[in-house]
Design a protein around this ligand. Sequence first.
Ligand code: NTF
Length: 826
Amino acid sequence: MVQVSTAAEDFPFYLDKEAFKQSVQRHLHTTYGTVESKANSLAWWKATCSAINELVFEGLTETHKKHSGIDTRAVHYLSLEFLMGRLTRNNLYNLGIFETARDALTELGQDIDTLCSEEPDMALGNGGLGRLAACFIDSLATLGYPAIGYGIHYEHGLFRQEFRDGHQIERPDSWRDYGNPWEICRPESIQKVPLYGYVETEFGPNGKMRKVWHPGEMIRGVPWDIPVVGFGGHTVNILRLWESRADDYFDWDVFNAGGYVDAQAEKARAEAISKVLYPNDETLAGKELRLTQQYFFCCCSLQDMLRRYKRRHDDFSHFAEQIVIQLNDTHPTIAIPELMRQLVDLEGLKWEEAWAISQQVFAYTNHTLLPEALEKWDVVLFEHVLPRHLEIIYEINHRFLDEVVAKKWPNDDQMKQRLSIIEEGNPRMVRMAYLGVVGCFKTNGVAYMHSELIKKELFPYFYELWPERFTNVTNGITPRRWLKACNPRLSALFDEAVGTHWPTDLTLLRQVVAKADDPKFQKRFMAIKHQNKQDLAKVILQLTGVEVSAEAIFDIQIKRLHEYKRQHLNMLHILTLYRRLLQDPDLDIQPRVFIFGAKAAPGYKLAKDIIFGINKIGERINADERIKGKIKVVFLPNYRVSLAEQMIPAGDLSEQISTAGKEASGTGNMKFALNGALTIGTMDGANVEIREEVGDENIFIFGLSADEVSSKLKAGYNSRDYYYNNPELKAILDWLDSDYFTPNQPGALASIKRSLLDGGDPFLCLADYESYICAQQAVDQAYRDKARWAKMAIINSASVGKFNSDRSIQDYVDTIWKLKSYPAIE
Ligand code: NTF
């Protein structure tokens, strides 16, 4: 064991360098069977993880003892995605032993940065929704709340992106090819999951009717636990991820009759469930495998909860006191009928009793207003996969329409149709978001504006019915990963300025506002930004071969590629500047590097065309000597959490330019502001609240408001008006028809122009173009005045304490979860 003392330190796991060194060496020898002279970085990294795990596992055991000892209420966070990224650096910081470990490794001849970069990203999510789940479990552990995350142990996370001649190519992501040192398999908690088959009505001896599901298939769910170390090391919770396996059952008769091949095929089918993460962001995948994934992990997780509850209780009267379940979007709403099934069919509760419990247990977070992201399932498909659940949903719906809707709006069949969980179309569909609202005691949005739109536009009648059920919890980010660990230079400056407690109380940084005018402080702040930019310049060179100068404005847009996020509006600005420079090579603009990172869903043609467009335009611009390097464009391949950690500290300008009313919140906007980038953005999602915090003079807001967008669309928006009325805009759009950027391939970029004209420009790029270009000019002006820019950057960094995910979690606790904090290790 590593020698741990709880001496005079803040952190319980104080340990000395010698002890850590010895532990790493011992693991190198006895866990990985190698020696110092032979070991490569991968082996050193793994040995380091094993040394860290000695502390992590101790924390895990203590936390488990504490929480099960007091049998406390806990939150169960159900999410199809957890975008964890890398854990080594994060665990070291959260345990308070980063410096000790770094120095120990240096003495062993190892560089900690090199070792940390051996870790593959755990990319079990698409974007904001999955990363939010990861920030939330960090905050829950940091605040000492009893919590468990439940999800899927995908064999392949989000695809690895490569570019070939500017086009996106998808390659499988294999994050655990060589084993993952953080996870622990728990075969003792395997669960069985029924699927398919049919339902029979049976009558018991007392004449009581009951439903019996005869499944056509059984799958096993094997849990893998990832310890989640809270900052300060006082609590270590777990993230439990389920892997699907074929059931043990082996039919020897079939085997002997030559069924070996069939048996293997069945095994492959069972294992397919947790094989791969669906790479769609903001679009539903109405595929059987997707529904099976959703049910699989909800069924396992609920059995796990019931098993633990039943160890201590003989009936279900305390279930709702002990358990609250947060549904991360509609993806896990199937858990609602599944809990009903387990309580009614398996535990023998009356429907009314079970429903009363269920309604006190579930809460639902909505993350999007885009209609194409709101999940609906074809009733026929649903019945095929989950015949019993469809019956239960019908029953829930029937009671809801008869007992609730009919009371509020008597004799109003239209209202019944509007609010029905079943959409009566061809085909008939199950509306999962409606099931969520009906089955949950709270529904929340993720930023103030988004929560208002949920009430007014998404669920207006449900809001009329149950106003008390709707609430807001504005998103947040963990300042541990998104400042302390990823930006050590700025962290050190803040330690000096306000002390070392800001990673848990980010509002302390407000004191720094007082220094925003201080030339000395400005100089130090901007020197750090400059160093971070130089670091990123090296990464850019390595990944793209393009040389960029840290003197230029680093203008960054990183997020999933989607029309509503409007990377193509950014592209129009680049084309505008390029054209102006060609017309006047002496044009006085501040040099800029446009930096992108984004993955497109593999089936989203236009999104892939936009990536191709930006790559091709970049190639031409970067090679054009006439413009003297005043602008450069780079698209970094394979954007992911670990790349974001290198990009965000180096940003000057953060592009948050979604069409107003479309981005539920955004969280990248918060990360950039915290690291001293200025935002150029629309009045959308959390931008609105960022503006409130940093002040109107420290942010570049442009474009139509959400109200203006919706009236414009209602009045009949015609993008061609803008095209014909603005010659510069027309010229750059027409450029896309030529072969200027794609030699010998004329029209290769035409689809982008087409979507903006023939396609009707559904996200109003052209309507916002002029105002965007003006805002960009204001950015250019502001950057010329070094002192002014520094002041604005400092104020941003110092003013966004509200967006700490600890605050979000505390809001959830106060308004929804009602938990008590029990840090395990004092
Ligand atoms: C995303 N939603 C939203 O688009 C972001 O604005 C928000 O910040 C994150 O959720 C986290 O709340 C989705 O990814 C999804 F799947 F719901 F569409």
